[in-house]
Design a protein around this ligand. Structure first.
Ligand SMILES: [Zn+2]
Length: 323
């Protein structure tokens, strides 16, 4: 096992650990998955993997989710997908519900499965990103696409991706309200949630929130602390939970629309990781001993549990809480 104490827990180091863990086979295949659309409210749609109804409950990793909000003035896309194939499916779904033009596309993070197809948008579509996402794409795009190819496979359309940064940038801890005519959409940084450039999108009247990857899925899915920061992530998820009304709909980054319980499940998991890893540190356990002790088998329902929990989240928590 890697001695995490000797490493700086940067995205690059964790990326290496993760790709070693999940390189083969990819968690889902961007050449074969298909997207379907679900109407949540008038002009408000979730898009997700068409296997989700069957497989989400089994904890199987699913393709990226997206959103379509149709206002009087045009369409807002929430995330643009990883490759041309999935982008074209998303556009076909837009055209199946409206003939209004796409005016805006928001990326919930820099993660390629949420943003690589930006380059296929018409030039007049305004892309909305967190300022840190824009900065990341400017500085790391080439490395990031290589990492994504190592995880999602060659020939999945990642090779064709072209870096495309935002036209409208949202600063840390800030938000904007986008006016689509008859609908107002809040696009907000609630705080560090996975990348430090995390935007959540809230259709205010319909009470629908798209979370992006900080909430991969509800139960039995688990969060991925790819860049560490367990404590900040927990604070942010609690803030999101408190923000939402009790009847809100939550669309996770890779699953079916759910409700606030999807966020609560992730909060409960991270709270338990924090408690148990802190206890191990207080008892002077090494990382290896902590990984062996903090098994949390009640969360094994997630198909990627064996790397996301012992190989990623526990070491990330151990590193942070030891400081
Ligand atoms: Zn994702």
């Amino acid at each position: 096992m890697i001695n995490i104490k000797s490493l700086v827990l940067s995205g690059v180091i964790l990326s290496t650990m993760v790709s070693a863990a999940i390189a083969n086979p990819p968690p889902w295949d961007a050449n074969t998955v298909n997207l379907e659309i679900e109407k949540l409210s008038e002009g408000v749609y979730a898009v997700y993997d068409d296997r989700a109804q069957e497989l989400a409950v089994k904890g199987v990793p699913l393709s990226t989710s997206a959103g379509i909000i149709v206002g009087d003035d045009g369409v807002l896309l929430i995330d643009t997908m990883m490759n041309k194939r999935l982008y074209e499916q998303l556009i076909d779904l837009v055209e199946s519900v409206t003939d209004k033009p796409i005016k805006y596309a928001v990326n919930t993070s820099f993660h390629g499965d949420h943003s690589y197809a930006n380059y296929l948008l018409s030039a007049d579509v305004e892309i909305i990103q967190h300022v840190n996402t824009s900065q990341f794409v400017k500085n790391n795009f080439e490395h990031d696409t290589q990492w994504m190819i190592s995880n999602f496979g060659e020939g999945r359309g990642i090779e064709q991706a072209v870096a495309k940064t935002g036209d409208i940038l949202i600063n840390t801890n800030e938000s904007i309200v986008l006016d689509l005519g008859d609908k107002q959409v809040l696009i907000k940084d609630f705080g560090f949630a996975q990348t430090g450039g995390d935007l959540m999108v809230y259709a205010q009247d319909a009470k629908v929130l798209w979370t992006g990857n900080p909430i991969v899925a509800g139960k039995p899915g688990l969060p991925w602390l790819l860049d560490g920061k367990l404590v900040s992530t927990l604070n942010t998820l609690n803030a999101v939970y408190d923000f939402l009304p009790s009847d809100a709909v939550v669309v996770p980054g890779h699953s079916l629309p759910s409700d606030k319980s999807a966020i609560k499940w992730n909060i409960d998991y991270l709270t338990e990781v924090k408690t148990q890893v802190q206890d191990a540190i207080d008892n002077k356990l090494s990382l290896e001993q902590t990984q062996a002790k903090v098994t949390m088998n009640e969360y094994r329902g997630y198909a990627l549990f064996d790397w996301v929990h012992p190989a990623l989240n526990v070491p990330a928590a151990y590193q942070e809480l030891s400081e």
